[in-house]
Design a protein around this ligand. Sequence first.
Ligand code: G6P
Length: 467
Amino acid sequence: MGRLVIVSNRVAVPKRGEPAAAGGLAVALKDAFSSRGGLWFGWSGTASPEPADMVRHARRAGVDYAVIDLSQAAYEGFYAGYANSALWPMFHFRLGLLSYDRDQAGCYRQVNQRYAEKLMPLLRPDDTIWVHDYQMIPLGAQLRAMGAKQRIGYFHHIPFPPWAVFAAMPGAEDLIRDLLSYDVVGVQTNRDLTGLIDCMAQGTGMKVRPGPEVRLRGRRVQLRAFPISIATEEFSDLAARSVNSADAKRLEASLAGRAMVIGAERLDYTKGLPERFRAFAALLEHFPEHRGQVTYLQVAARSREDVESYKDLKREIETLTGQINGDWSDADWTPVRYVGRAVPRDTLAGYYRMAKVGLVTPLRDGMNLVAKEYVAAQDPENPGVLVLSKFAGAAEGLPEALLVNPIDAVGMAETMHAALTMGLDERRERHGAMLRRLQEHDVGAWAKGFLDVLEGREPANSAPERA
Ligand code: G6P
């Protein structure tokens, strides 16, 4: 079996002597990389006015990393511009936030072309290439244009809307046609698969056959849902350890016996943070028994701070925190604790385990792994309750969570109340069902599922796993 070549916009090269990053793709690919060797290619995360036009190589724990830098202009046009001011809002159904600039769209293609040109000489004929996410959609077609014959798969980590939404993007047909260069196009959920099939049919005018698949010039493009997951066992162990850490103990002491509800994500307008803050205020208004008794800890890691809509959101959250605390605090109780920066993963795992309620209420989300991590982090004997937006991909595989529509503040407040007052038996039953599913379908199973289809080890029409 040939190497596995991963392409993602961002590549975090582990520091020498340190383990690979604990989260996300790095964990998912650990097994595949260790059994067959691999190359991980992408952006170093650094942008400078005049970057060196070279690929930097590093080898860590059997994996080769190859990274390039972006120029400041490319960072602005490709990353802050087209990828995160046009594609991101469109894919999350937020057409009102879509800001399109033709030069930025051109820059997106140029940067992808540069990735393709730098990657091409590094490829071997028997490699399998797996491209990740919306920043890299044209890459497969650009590699094919340079003669790449390898199997190339694409996985889309964020939602895939139907054509009625997608078509609002200038050049929508070109983007959809770019997907036809891949052998497999993977999305998170069945809902996304419906969107992808609709866009394929309407955007290319081609017939989508059962499978589902599209055939062109003797090739076929398989379309499938592969719900991403987490390293479940590892995260459960981490949480069980971290709950005894000094950080967790300090937090526990500061709560003085009050229940904690927790939210944690990047500070992104797709996450439904203002809606969640308003719902928490509605909880205090409509259910007076929680006044003085519940503390809401919100961790919001700064993200994409050069994009205007993210700056607006930050101001809105700061205002809401001040308002709610001004309205409801007592001298010895602050209802909302807002931490506006990232918290280390192990610390957060301990916090999840301490929280009676996990609030994961995005307006749209591809999957949302915080929902899965919150479940994995719980003490099975005395678990907390997950309140989950029905618009998160995770809701498709976690029906035992308390599902909410984040637009309905009072509805969400009622659900938070139900979560805070749920009896032990029901909590155990709901949690047990979710945990079992996450143990069966962890991130390793997700990666294997995708690669099995890409490398032809599984019939194309078998049902996607639930998770
Ligand atoms: C989402 C996207 C990823 C992206 C991540 C962080 O999860 O699906 O592709 O890497 O957000 O965003 P950033 O812009 O910091 O890479």
